[in-house]
Design a protein. Structure first.
Ligand SMILES: [Zn+2]
Length: 854
């Protein structure tokens, strides 16, 4: 099969001669409920113009078979024109009509038209997911973002189903047990944004209306869908409530009426990512339908995603990047807007910036220190590279830099720029210069050097305070030292903190200034008493790693938890985690901080991050000789805090889960078993279905859950979620047979759906089982290229990332990775990138372990 990998050059060439006037796409999915049916009928008719009559071009199509091809009334033999990836046509006229009739495959990997059968009731559900380039798995098209066109979908489906697409349906007719849904033409949109959702989904409906400045009223029908078997858990009111607040907010800020008519939000099974901004038909992972108790951090996270996708209706859908180099033009903005709008739209999630500082930035810092990091505006040569760029740089660093831009240029200039950008480029495509030019107009500032420093270079700076004092303990000079490959202009606030009468650490002064170059003196600080803590980047205005002077670090060791302000405390937690990852603070010191202060951490999202990071500190960054003791300390801490937590609180649930993740000794596992059996109780703790699975996972990983017990739990929870967690438990058993079965399930067959691939890998790869999984390192490296070539990129990425021998932390594994990289200079760049990143994690862990040992 020729390459599936469309290049930027090919896309540019095609766009230079073609203009697409519209698509008619007919899909017949009446076969979907029949598990033996592997394909569905797909017919595309595309009308397009060509500035070079006589020229040749191609449509993208990944399909098992093409039945017919007709160009301007002339039949073309598929045997010669279709190669499995592209439909080649030549002899183009100035005006063309091209029809391709194909058999396309139902997907099990979440790419293209995904088919899912609900184990709870046997119902079949379909949905599409395309970004960056999987519409070609469902219908033939010009798969590149800058060939926008109106799409008219016609979908024939079983009569009992409903069908949704980007536009409203205009007509439904029934014949022979099937219904045909005729949808209205869409506005001009890119192929990756088209969508179809079909099945016996449960639907909640609502409505939004708004007076526009011109006196007319904008009416937006709203709906939210999930599988029928999840309907009783579906809190559609909460989701639609956030939706309406968001629509109010974005209309006020963007001053451009929502352009896509209705607004559907479908929560769909086995979804590969958080959500996708298909205009008028957003798809979300159904983990956002909470069937067991979750903490408020999960509700906040979901609301953030609802607003992120809504921001895309303008940033991305109305105005779209020309090519994937400028993916940030939509993702950085949407990521920023997700947090900004949680506050601005007056949702109940008032700590959105704490979460941003704590979680999104951690993702960015991690990605930005890989050898593979890249500027926010990237150089994306092809689709495989595009796929990997949905990363911590494009999303979280980009959003952080926009937050810095707001501090630097002002919110008014920023939003006025957005308003002009939408009006000027509506239904068009843009590049960096288009946005920058507008922001220069609205801010009155030259942003070229700012953009060069922040958008066109890679890497993170660290900022370190340097404090000198006189004999009376007054500051004689406070300077900010900047490190990094590229020094940047940073607008920051410096916070000075001291203990108040009740022992809390509170801010006594805030100094805002521009930091430039390697050393910047904070002139305003001179003459003030030396504070207990100097916190650089207070309020989290810029994107940097914060360091501390010795006295401030000592204050944190004894009083980090006493910082009263949630954001400042989150910044301090983030900074000590970065010190740990950088091998500048021993992992056991970080663990000690968590054990000492996590119990009083008020922000539930921060607490959950601390749990994950403390576990990683022990598993990866601690001296192996101390690992067992570190694990015991975490489990003891979890038990202590679980018993002390407020009954029925989110904190209690978080500590219960943390106990399940850390339980190892007889006492902890005994309690786990008691909670499952009902013989032990923690006041207020509801041991509901998902917590039960967490507890079973702890027992399975310790070799203390029998096959009969796990099968019994699955029988009691015969659902999609149950099956996933059962699969993970099986793979988590500490036996060679269990590991072999999990490995084989993923490697030896491509039958497994994405969700179960992930569950097998998660259970297989538990760090505690490093002795059992060590023998898979060699076959892993041997299989890399084969898996990359044979599997879809979603599954291949899971294999490469999930089975990398991350738990085999030592020089031999590093040498194995290096030897593979040296021996495969011509492997796919996207594959090499993933291996280089895992290899870098390993080298980092070795440095951190050396620090912990010293
Ligand atoms: Zn997005």
């Amino acid at each position: 099969m020729p390459g599936k990998n469309l290049s930027r050059d090919e896309a540019q060439q095609r766009a230079s001669i073609l203009t697409v006037d519209g698509y008619q796409v007919r899909l017949d999915v009446t076969s979907a409920p029949d598990p033996a049916a592997a394909t569905f009928r797909s017919t595309t008719t595309v009308a397009f113009r060509c500035t070079q009559p006589g020229a040749a071009t191609f449509l993208d199509l990944l399909a098992p078979a093409v039945r017919s091809i007709t160009l301007n009334g002339r039949a073309i033999d598929p045997a010669g024109a279709f190669d499995g990836v592209r439909v080649h046509v030549d002899g183009l006229a100035a005006d063309n009509v091209l029809t391709v009739e194909a058999d396309c495959a139902y997907s099990r990997t979440g790419e293209g038209l995904h088919r899912f059968v609900d184990p709870a009731d046997g119902e079949t559900y379909l949905y599409t997911h395309y970004e960056p380039a999987d519409a070609r798995r469902v219908f033939a098209n010009f798969e590149q973002p800058d060939l926008k066109a109106p799409f008219t979908f016609t979908v024939t489906a079983p009569a009992a189903w409903d069908v949704w697409s980007n536009a409203v349906h205009e007509d439904v007719t029934e014949q022979d047990g099937a219904r045909t849904w005729q949808f209205a033409p869409t506005k001009p949109i890119s192929t990756y944004l088209t969508a179809v959702v079909a099945g016996p989904y449960h639907v909640a409906r609502d409505h939004y209306s708004r007076e526009l400045p011109d006196g007319t009223t904008l009416e937006i029908p709203l709906s939210a869908m999930c599988r029928k078997s999840l309907a009783r858990y579906f809190d559609a009111d909460e989701i639609l409530g956030v939706t309406k607040l968001g629509l109010d907010f974005f209309h006020e800020e963007f001053d451009y009426p929502y352009p896509f008519g209705k607004y559907d939000q479908a929560f769909v099974p086995e979804y590969n990512i958080g959500a996708m901004e298909n205009p008028g038909c957003v798809t979300f992972k159904e983990d956002f339908v909470f069937r067991s108790k979750v903490t408020d951090a999960a509700y906040e996270g979901r609301a953030n995603v609802v607003l992120h996708e809504m921001a895309h209706m303008w940033f991305g859908d109305l105005v779209t990047m020309r090519w994937w180099d400028d993916l940030w033009l939509k993702e950085s903005f949407a990521d920023f807007m997700g947090s900004y709008a949680l506050i601005g739209a007056r949702t109940r999630y008032s700590s959105a910036w704490v979460t941003f500082a704590n979680q999104r930035k951690a993702w960015a810092y991690r990605q930005d220190q890989f050898p593979t990091t890249h500027p926010i505006t990237a150089d994306i040569r092809d689709l495989e590279a595009a796929k990997l760029n949905f990363d911590g740089i494009t999303y979280a660093k980009g959003a952080s830099v926009l937050k810095q831009l707001v501090a630097y240029a002002g919110a008014d200039a920023f939003f006025e720029g957005a308003r002009r950008y939408f009006k000027r480029h509506a239904f068009g495509n843009t590049e960096l210069a288009d946005l920058l030019g507008i922001l220069e107009e609205t801010s009155g500032r030259d942003l070229k050097s700012w953009a060069a420093a922040w958008l066109q270079t890679a890497g993170v700076n660290s900022l370190t305070p340097q404090v000198t004092t006189d004999a009376e303990g007054r500051i004689t000079e406070l300077a900010v030292l900047q490190n990094g490959d590229v020094l940047r202009p940073h607008r920051i606030a410096v916070g000075l903190y001291d203990h108040d009468s009740d022992g809390s650490l509170v801010r006594t002064a805030r100094i805002e200034l521009d930091v430039t170059g390697a050393r910047t003196v904070v002139t305003e600080a001179a003459g003030r008493p030396r504070p207990a803590l100097v916190l650089l980047n207070d309020d989290d205005l810029t994107y940097c790693k914060i360091r501390f002077d010795d006295a401030s670090l000592e204050t944190l060791r004894t009083g980090l938890g006493e910082i009263r302000d949630d954001l400042a405390r989150a910044l301090a937690w983030s900074a000590v985690w970065n010190l740990t990852r950088d091998g500048l603070m021993p992992a056991r010191d970080y663990v000690a901080l968590v054990l000492r202060f996590a119990g009083q951490e008020g922000n539930i999202g921060v607490l959950q991050s601390l749990h994950a990071q403390a576990k990683a500190a022990v598993d990866l960054y601690a001296d192996p000789a101390w690992r067992a003791e570190g694990g015991r300390l975490l489990a003891d801490g979890a038990l202590r805090e679980l018993r002390g937590a407020v009954p029925a609180s989110d904190h209690q649930l978080a500590w219960a889960r943390f106990l399940a993740q850390t339980a190892g000794g007889a006492e902890h596992l005994g309690l786990v078993r008691g909670l499952l059996a009902g013989s032990a109780r923690i006041d207020g703790l509801d041991v509901d279905q998902d917590l039960r699975w967490s507890l079973w996972l702890a027992l399975a990983a310790a070799g203390q859950a029998t096959d009969e017990e796990l099968a019994g739990e699955l029988a009691a929870d015969n659902t999609a979620g149950g099956k996933r967690q059962y699969t993970q438990c099986l793979a988590a058993r500490p036996t060679p047979e269990a590991k072999a079965a999990a490995w084989s399930a993923v490697v030896d067959s491509d039958e497994l759906p994405n969700a179960l691939v992930e569950a097998n890998i998660a259970g297989f790869a538990l760090p505690a089982h490093r002795d059992l999984t060590a023998l898979y390192a060699a076959p892993y490296f041997k299989l890399l290229e084969k898996i990359w070539a044979e599997r879809t990129i979603e599954i291949a990425m899971r294999f490469v990332g999930g089975f990398f021998p991350s738990a085999q932390i030592g020089e031999p594994t590093l040498a194995e990775a290096d030897s593979w990289l040296d021996g495969h200079p011509d492997a796919a760049p996207a594959l090499r990138r993933l291996v280089i990143e895992r290899r870098d994690d390993l080298a980092r862990a070795l440095r951190a372990q050396a620090c912990d040992r010293a």
